[in-house]
Design a protein around this ligand. Structure first.
Ligand SMILES: C[S@@+](CC[C@H](N)C(=O)[O-])C[C@H]1O[C@@H](n2cnc3c(N)ncnc32)[C@H](O)[C@@H]1O
Length: 387
């Protein structure tokens, strides 16, 4: 199959095709983010990089040989997390370039397959406009069926369609995937703070020293020191079995308050509101509910994407992880503290192998995974190709 992947990100389309056994003969990618291009070329060195989509008319490619077009056009202007300029927004407006490209290819190859994804929180009006532009209505699937993450998305595709309703509208006919019942607790790694729990692979970039023995004076001193400064620390094993030290995000204990507040120190020196705090032996998260808080258990994912918002504050997702966005604000309870999910956990939330983003920093990986497609969902959709 010859694929043109627009807004290619981390090449989830390529991985999904491989995983369902469809041979990729040629894979063109249009992408501008350097870390995305780096990861793609690492896993798929034969990928042909075309660069910025706005220059598509200059691309010197065999348009008529393309069998499938993939498009995960940017969703920031459509998403509830963005400012909602809609399809006229600078970023989400790039959707129209995908439509131009698809129409251009259709003239040469009417059977060309396509897949377009966008956020479930997109305004209905924009979903309607996109559907009319593509000639098909989308299927809405939540990644929570196949991963530990709540991620509500629309998928427009002609891979399998049916006609429906009074006017025989064309609908993307991909059935909902079977619920794999994967919970947040199933994908998180245990190893922080207490050394005896600490066998995990995390954040190589922050590892600055190694130990021969977990209980050596040096290793214990490192953990004690960090503990006294209320930093989340761990001693963990890398692939070759060496014990390395690392710190998770830092939270400050305010010892002067009656109840212990945990705040996140911001770059400008100020602190976020105390959204996470300890009271009556419970770890609580301030939420926008009548009760005013939710108790965080070991099973829950916590969303602190909008710490300053008076309407959203924190959110505790029972049993699942909130949606991973480009800036990782998903927290996991660790003892009576919280920490952000690590790189391995972020890969798992999107259904990728643990080491998929090893060559990237945690922030780079978070940015690609948070912006990307959920791998098992795309595999599910592609499993209907040629049916
Ligand atoms: C929502 S993400 C798509 C992710 C992809 N589907 C995946 O699974 O990784 C949108 C991508 O479009 C890229 N992008 C934004 N503007 C672009 C442009 N002008 N040309 C090509 N790619 C662009 C971004 O860098 C980002 O990686």
């Amino acid at each position: 199959m010859i694929v043109l992947s627009l807004f290619n990100g981390m090449s989830t389309g390529h991985t999904a095709l491989d995983n369902v056994g469809i041979k990729v003969d040629k894979y063109y990618s249009s992408e501008i983010k350097p870390s995305a291009i780096k990861l793609t070329q690492y896993h798929y060195p034969d990928t042909i990089q075309l660069g910025d989509i706005t220059n598509w008319k200059e691309w010197n490619i065999e348009w008529k040989e393309i069998d499938m077009v993939l498009s995960g056009s940017p969703c920031q202007d459509l998403s509830i997390a963005g400012k909602r300029k809609g399809l006229e927004g600078e970023r989400s407006g790039l959707f129209w370039i995908f439509v131009d490209i698809l129409n251009h290819i259709k003239e040469l190859n009417p059977d060309v397959l396509f897949l377009q994804e966008n956020v479930g929180s997109a305004p209905k009006k924009d979903v309607g406009i996109m559907s009319r532009a593509l000639g098909v209505y989308p299927v809405r699937i939540n990644s929570s069926l196949v991963t530990a993450q709540m991620r509500d998305r629309y998928y427009w595709s002609n891979i399998r369609t049916r006609q429906d309703g009074l006017f025989g509208d064309l609908i993307t006919d991909i059935p909902q995937p079977k619920d794999r019942k994967i919970m947040f607790k199933d994908i998180v790694q245990g190893g922080a703070v207490k050394v005896d729990k600490s066998v995990c692979l995390v954040e190589r970039t922050i590892a600055s020293a190694s130990y021969k023995d977990l209980y050596s004076d040096k290793a214990q001193k490192f953990l004690k020191e960090r503990e006294s400064r209320s930093m989340m620390s761990s001693v963990y094993q890398n692939k070759s079995g060496a014990l390395l030290q690392g710190d998770f995000k830092m939270f400050i204990k305010d010892e002067d308050r009656q109840d212990v507040y945990l705040r996140k120190r911001l770059k400008n020196g100020s602190q976020t509101p105390p959204l996470i705090y300890e009271k009556n032996n419970e770890l609580r998260c301030k939420t926008n509910t009548k009760k005013g808080y939710d108790v965080i258990t070991d099973n829950d994912g916590v969303d602190l994407s909008y710490p300053k918002s008076t309407s959203r504050r924190g959110r505790v997702i029972k049993g699942k992880s909130p949606c991973l966005l480009t800036e990782n604000k998903i927290y996991k309870k660790e003892g009576m503290k919280v920490r952000t999910v690590n790189k391995v956990e972020m890969c798992r939330l999107q259904g990728f192998p643990d080491d998929w983003c090893d060559i990237l920093t945690k922030n780079q990986a978070g940015s690609l995974l948070g912006d990307g497609w959920t791998l098992p969902i795309i595999e599910h959709i592609f499993s209907y190709i040629g049916e």
